[in-house]
Every structure is written in C-alpha cells, then in structure tokens.
Ligand binder design. Structure first.
Ligand code: SF4
Length: 315
C-alpha cells in the first residue's frame, strides 16, 4: 500500500509556526505514524499571512459562529481567516486526503471544545477553530481527530483503522466501478464492520444485497458514507469478543476439544480486559494459516493496520 495522505496542523510536525515562535512536535505522529503516512501540513494562521511570532488569538462571541480576535489589541481576524480557508479547502480537495490531524485547543485549528469568550471575558469550551470548522464542513466524511485524542489508545486505534480503511476504499475507487468490486471490498471488511456495529453490519449487508437495484454511482456514494459512519462507532471488548467467537465457529471441525477450550478461555480473558486483543487475534491468525480458512484469510479484521503500530497491544 502506498503511503496514506493526511492533512496535519503544521506545528505538530515540529515547525516553528506558533504565535510564540515555537512548535508542538508530536513524536508519535512524526516518528511512528509518520512511517506510513505522507503529511500535508496546514498552518492556518501563517498561511493566511500572519507573521511569526504574532499576537495570540482566541474566539469570542456566539459559540456557533465565533469571531477570531487577537487577545490584547482586539483585532478581528475572522474575515481574513475565512477567506483564506475557503480557498485552501478547494486546494486540499485535490490532495486526496484520507484524514486530518488537528492541533487541539487552537482557535484556528482545534476541532472541538475550543474556548469561546463571552462579552465578560468568561470562556465556555464549546467552539470549533475557524479553519477546522470550514474543513470539516467541506469534508464531513473524512476521518478527523485532534492530537490530544490520539494519545488515548482506543481513539488512536479507531482513527488509524479508519484512515487505513479509507485508503483501501480509495484504491477501489481507482478501479473500474462495478458491483463485483464493491462486493469484494465489502466481503473483506465484514468482520471489521461487525466489530464496530452489528446494526451497521446488517444495514450494509442489505445495501450490498440490493446492489443491482441501485445506480452504481449512488451505490458507491451510499456505501462510502455508511462505511465511514460505521467505523466511527467505537469497538469494545464485548463487540470484539463476539466477532472472535464468530470466527471460532469456522474451525468447528478442525479444532480439538482442548484447542477450543483454550481459544474460548483466551477470548474470555480478553473480554474481561485481562489480556489485549492481539492475543486472541494471534491465535486465530495461527489457525487461519494452519487450516487455510479461505473466508477468514481475506478478513481485514485480522490485520487492519501494521502490527508495528501496536494498536491492539493494550488492555
Ligand atoms: S495550531 Fe494551527 S494555527 Fe496554530 S500554529 Fe499550529 S497549525 Fe498554526
């Protein structure tokens, strides 16, 4: 797979673009995830023409449509930022991004819970950074996360799983459109979808089953939208344990009573959050290879992202 293109707030890459001339280098993003992605840096404040260093800014007014104002001299930068952002998102459309990582707490780049000050100077954490809002309105289905959330291992896994899945989907889009291609993609992703939501698993199964009745463009659009929605829902030990047990059913004939007991025990220990997901997954992967189980062999769920990212190694 070629590298995944991700937009990112420039300061997270260690560039000295912040108002105080500093940066917010995030080593997980540069050193670890950086091995698999190609970053497209975006610094709204510098790219809209503000200097480094510069006066700090914050949001003021109505949390739904706040103004971007300098903290001390009270210059209103909103129009300048909005005009630039509207042009920038058009450029970014050509980049084929599979996601965006925003800097948290920034009045320009933050994607949620940004402080908005009322007329008395009291902040409420209900705002969205001016650029982040315009970006997310333009690309509502694109995975977006802030770097603060990516320190939470569950949210990290969820985001990375979504960008890898979107990349695989984009590869499907480079092929000639066809129902067979979509069905093949869906078949490979069934258990991954099930681990996020049995409801979406059923809904997507129904959509694919009536694929012949839907014009192909519409089918692709609907499928992509539902896929991204489904993967946004969090997995849980309970949901994963159900998928693992479902997979176990494929080895009913081959496994001895003792092997079945062992696998069930490992799944149960995972469900109780005593051992990490990677343990039952490794055992099942072993049986898939040993017995060459054709359906499971194709399941992305067993290998959704590089092992080196260690996303399934935590309890
Ligand atoms: S938070 Fe956004 S605007 Fe601020 S320095 Fe980082 S990239 Fe630039």
């Amino acid at each position: 797979m070629e590298k995944i293109k991700l937009g990112i707030s420039t300061c997270l890459l260690g560039e000295n673009v912040r108002y105080d001339g500093g940066h917010k280098l995030d080593r997980f993003l540069t050193n670890t995830l950086g091995g698999y992605v190609e970053y497209v840096p975006v610094c709204p404040e510098v790219e809209c023409g503000l200097p480094i260093p510069r006066e700090s800014m914050h949001l003021e007014g109505n949390p739904d449509s706040p103004r971007l104002v300098t903290t001390h001299t009270k210059q209103d930068m909103t129009d300048r930022m909005v005009q630039w952002a509207n042009r920038r998102v058009v450029e970014l459309e050509k980049e084929d991004l599979c996601g965006f990582i925003f800097k948290s707490d920034s009045p320009s780049s933050g994607m949620e819970r940004i402080k908005v000050h009322n007329e008395n100077g009291i902040p409420v954490k209900k705002g969205v950074g001016v650029f982040a809002r315009i970006f997310m309105d333009r690309f509502p289905l694109l995975p977006a996360e802030d770097e603060g959330h990516l320190h939470d291992l569950k949210l990290r896994e969820n985001f990375i799983e979504r960008i890898f899945t979107l990349k695989r989907w984009r590869e499907v889009l480079t092929k000639k459109e066809g129902r067979g291609t979509l069905v093949e993609f869906h078949t490979r992703h069934k258990l991954l979808i099930l681990s996020h939501s049995p409801k979406y698993y059923q809904m997507m199964g129904k959509l694919v089953a009536k694929a012949k009745e839907i014009p192909i463009k519409e089918l692709y659009q609907q499928y992509q939208a539902i896929l991204m929605e489904a993967l946004q829902l969090k997995t849980s030990p309970k949901k994963n344990a159900n998928v693992l047990q479902h997979m176990m059913g494929y080895f009913r004939e081959q496994l001895s009573a003792d092997e079945k007991r062992e696998l069930l025990k490992v799944i149960d220990l995972y469900r109780k959050e005593i051992i990490p997901l990677i343990v039952p997954i490794t055992l099942i992967n072993h049986y898939v290879r040993k017995y060459e189980q054709p359906y499971l062999k194709k399941q992305v769920y067993l290998n959704p992202h590089p092992l080196e990212l260690q996303l399934r190694n935590h309890v």
